[in-house]
Design a protein around this ligand. Structure first.
Ligand SMILES: [Zn+2]
Length: 301
């Protein structure tokens, strides 16, 4: 599971470290194209359904949110290495000038605290504030406090690239690529586990309908925003007619549960780190580092 893909540069705000730089992504894809067997999500699901054994080192690539930078930087790399991937797109930020609430908080954090580590703390404070009222729609809450208009914030190209959604043209041309499948990711990217059933249904059906109207083909797969699901949410996703849904946790969940497909978050650039995680070594490496008294690195956000 990847998120944003950014062009290479020396200065990356701390709050953008959940994104990967394009050259690092290329090294990952190069490695995967040589040593892994990258399947499309659809192929993987057919295999799971059939009960057949997956080929050794079977791997599925997904990119969340539907950011413009994914169309710009991830798509050409996937096409170069001929690796299939699924992009889960939240539809609210397909509209020009709109930005998803968690990216609005990223901009706000940098505005308040600059690009250093302070921005991470500012972001944590802002997210705590959003979560202090878990039942409120975070998108509305953020818009009410900070406005929808991001034009007032300092324009820094890197932040714009990191936070802007795809255009509908980008989405359409991505959907036409033979290596791409488009999946749904709601409209406003709420934590569905805190939504009413009406809100859940609306987020699921409106998001999917918008995508299908743009790309002109059925959207089969879904990913839970923020990885947040509960039984009610899973039922709603099934009811909405999706064939499978990608979660994050539990990372070691059974693959047979098509509506809680576990994923590994790849947030750092290092190929070694990606490979370790991919190979399931992250847990043992952490235990080892702790045992020999080394500092255990923790990922931000
Ligand atoms: Zn997301």
């Amino acid at each position: 599971m990847y998120h944003g893909v950014l062009p290479r540069t020396e200065t990356t705000p701390a709050v953008l470290r959940g994104n990967i730089q394009a050259d690092a992504l290329e090294r990952h894809l190069q490695w995967l194209s040589r040593y892994a067997r990258v399947l499309s999500l659809g192929e993987a699901i057919d295999l799971i359904r059939s009960g057949e054994r997956a080929p050794p080192r079977a791997t599925v690539l997904t990119f969340d949110d539907g950011l413009g930078n994914q169309a710009q930087f991830a798509l050409p790399l996937l096409e170069r290495y001929r690796l299939p991937a699924t992009f889960f797109v939240a539809t609210d930020h397909l509209r020009p000038g709109r930005i998803l609430w968690h990216n609005r908080l990223v901009l706000q954090a940098v505005d308040e605290a600059g690009i250093g580590r302070g921005s991470l703390e500012a972001l944590r404070r802002l997210r705590d504030w959003v979560e202090s009222d878990p039942n409120a729609n975070p998108s509305e809450r953020v818009a009410q406090r900070y406005g929808l208009d991001v034009a007032s914030l300092p324009v820094w190209e890197r932040l714009r690239i990191a936070t802007q959604g795809m255009s509908t043209d980008q989405l359409l041309s991505m959907s036409r690529s033979p290596v791409v499948e488009i999946g749904a990711h709601t409209v406003t990217h709420p934590r569905l586990s805190t939504c009413s059933i009406e809100e859940i249904d609306r987020e699921l059906t409106d998001g999917r309908r918008t995508l299908e109207a743009i790309i002109g083909r059925p959207v089969r797969f879904f990913a839970y925003p923020e990885g947040a699901w509960n039984d009610r949410v899973v039922q709603a996703v099934r009811r909405a007619g999706f064939q499978a849904a990608a979660a994050v946790e539990p990372a070691d969940g059974p693959l047979e549960d098509l509506f809680r497909l576990p994923r590994l978050a790849i947030t750092r650039g290092s190929k070694l780190r990606m490979v370790a995680k991919w190979a399931g070594l992250t847990g043992p490496i952490r235990t080892f580092r702790r045992a020999v008294g080394l500092r255990v690195p923790t990922a931000p956000g």
